[in-house]
Design a protein. Structure first.
Length: 62
């Protein structure tokens, strides 16, 4: 089992909407520093929309 990631259960961390990841402990690992894409979209332009679900962030990272 991978031991480098925090394990649940995590304490409740209520925030007003929209919440801020910077206030979370542990800070969420969304893969922005570790994910390596295929490079097929390198140099392309896209308009990514989203709200508070994290789907837009995941698309932008991928």
């Amino acid at each position: 089992m991978n031991e480098k990631y925090p394990k649940p259960p995590f304490a409740s961390q209520p925030q007003d909407v929209p919440g801020l990841q910077g206030k979370m402990d542990p800070y969420p690992n969304c893969g922005e520093k570790s994910y390596k894409g295929s490079g097929r979209l390198q140099g392309k332009i896209a308009l990514i929309t989203g709200a508070d679900s994290g789907i837009g962030r995941a698309v932008a990272i991928a």
